[in-house]
Design a protein around this ligand. Sequence first.
Ligand code: API
Length: 290
Amino acid sequence: MFRGDRRFLAGEGTEFIKCHGLGNDFVVVDGRDAGFTPPPEFIRWICDRRIGIGGDQLLVLEPGRAPGATFRLRIYNVDGTEAPACFNATRCVAWLVMEESGQEHVLVETVGGLIAARREGPRRVSLKIGRPQWDWRAIPLACPLEEAGASLENGPLRDPVAVNVGNPHLVYFVPERDALDVVALADPIQKGPGLPEQANIGVAEIAGEATIRLVVYERPGILTLACGSGACAATLAARRRGLISADAVTVEMPGGTLRVEVGEGDELTLTGDVAVSFSGRIPSSDTRPR
Ligand SMILES: N[C@H](CCC[C@H](N)C(=O)O)C(=O)O
C-alpha cells in the first residue's frame, strides 16, 4: 500500500465492513468498545455513493442495554436521522456477530424493539418480528386513514394499508409494479402533509397465491433493491386486504427474495440471505476529501 507520513496514507480511521441483504447495502461500524457517534453531516458523507463510501444506511453496533440483548444496533438513514428499524440491516449485523462468536442465535436491541435472530444456513439469517401496530397514531399518520384522502394518494397509488412493524410503512397494491415510476409517484406522498414523520412507501403486486412483487421507496427518499420491513408490511397488508391467505409468503424485490411466515397474532419470521462486499477504513473528518 501507499507509504508516507500523512495519516490517511498510514491507515488511520475507523474500520468498517460493507455488507448487504439482497442489495440493500450497509456500512457497518463496530462501536461496542470505543463507540462511534458521527454527526449528521459525517453520516451523509459516509452514505454518499460518489464522494463517500456509499450505502442505504450506516449501522453502528453498541453494547446491549436491555436484559439479554447480545448488542444494540443503531440505524442511521442517508440524511443522518436515526431509523427505529431495518430488518435487512438486523439480519446482516446478526450474521456478523454470529460469525464472530460462533453462536447460532443472537438477540438484537434496536430503537424499535428486541429482535431474535437465528442462523438458517451459511449466509442465511431469520428474524422473529414482534406484533405490528395498526393504529394511525402509531404509524404515525396525520389523521385516521379514512380521513386522509388525497394526502396519501397519487395517480395509481390509492387506498393504502398503513402499518408500523417497528418502522412506518404504507403499502399500495397495483396491478403491475414494473409499469410505474415509483419514485415520481411516491415522493410527494412521502414528503406530504399526510405523514408527519414520513414513511417507507411500498408498491406491491400480487403475483400468485403466496407471492408478492414489491418495490420500496424508503424514507428519506431512496428506492432500495430490497427492504425487510417492507416485505413484512406488504405481507401483513395483503392478508389484511384478503388478497393473500397463505401463511408463508415469498416477497420478490429487485435485489432478490425474502420469505415471510405469519404466526400467531401476526408475529412474523423473516428469512433471507446476507453477504459481505468489502471492508475498509473511514477517514477522520480532517483528512477525508470534500
Ligand atoms: N431497508 C430496511 C428499512 C429501512 C427503513 C428506514 N429507511 C426508515 O426510515 O424507517 C429494512 O430492510 O427493513
